[in-house]
Design a protein around this ligand. Structure first.
Ligand SMILES: NC(=O)c1ccc[n+]([C@@H]2O[C@H](COP(=O)([O-])OP(=O)(O)OC[C@H]3O[C@@H](n4cnc5c(N)ncnc54)[C@H](O)[C@@H]3O)[C@@H](O)[C@H]2O)c1
Length: 185
């Protein structure tokens, strides 16, 4: 267990879609330390993740040593390959796994966080993305950005969780099933 009190803090973990990856384990450790947890989930994996949660398939993994369960305050769709929705190809935006989730870009996530939690939505940002296109195509700058800290973590930080950050992030805030889902529901 982390020897730190994170009560009253909120952590965003980007890259959680099951209970197997580092992201889930980090989220659980942060929750054990008292933080509330929101996650960013890759749209193609989103429904599977939500279904597994709703059906209790992750209940054992969510059980915390000190009692209680790991709860996700929010689960947001996130494809960190795209800084803005306009960066995503039309074909992808119209595809089955993406078309109904709203703005899945980093900018969209930032806007949703601001809408849900105000001007200082998170205290901790964890980048735990993997399996991005750079694994297959190391020479592409965009591919590297897709899972590099610059994309998910630094870019989000660059939105500045401060009074002026909204000016550098899109204000649009579409709602979605995932944005309102709670593990405790
Ligand atoms: N597994 C290891 O041995 C290991 C070792 C050292 C470092 N790491 C690093 O730890 C991090 C997590 O690794 P893991 O083993 O938990 O991987 P994982 O595959 O279990 O989890 C990665 C998550 O990233 C998500 N993801 C992939 N592309 C995305 C995108 N474009 N937008 C949003 N989400 C996306 C996937 O859906 C998945 O939920 C990675 O950065 C990895 O490089 C892993």
């Amino acid at each position: 267990m982390l020897n730190i009190d994170l009560s009253g803090r909120r952590a965003l973990v980007a890259g959680v879609a099951d209970d197997a990856g580092y992201g889930f384990a980090i989220a659980k450790a942060l929750a054990e330390a008292g933080a509330s947890i929101v996650v960013g989930t890759w749209p193609p994996a989103l429904n599977i993740f939500l279904n597994l949660l709703e059906r209790g398939k992750m209940d054992e993994s969510r059980r915390m040593p000190g009692g209680g369960m790991l709860e996700f305050e929010k689960i947001y769709p996130l494809d960190a390959a795209y800084d803005t929705l306009a960066d995503a190809p039309e074909e992808l935006r119209a595809s089955k796994r993406y078309k109904d989730v709203g703005d899945f870009s980093i900018e969209g996530l930032a806007a949703r966080l601001a809408s849900d939690f105000g001007e200082h939505p998170v205290d901790i940002v964890v980048h735990s993305l993997a399996n991005g296109p750079e694994v297959k195509k190391r020479s592409s700058r965009r591919a590297v950005r897709a899972t590099s800290p610059r994309s998910a973590s630094v870019r989000i930080h660059s939105c500045r969780w401060s009074a002026g950050w909204r000016r550098s992030c899109a204000p649009a805030t579409p709602s979605s099933r995932s944005a309102t889902w709670r593990a405790s529901a």
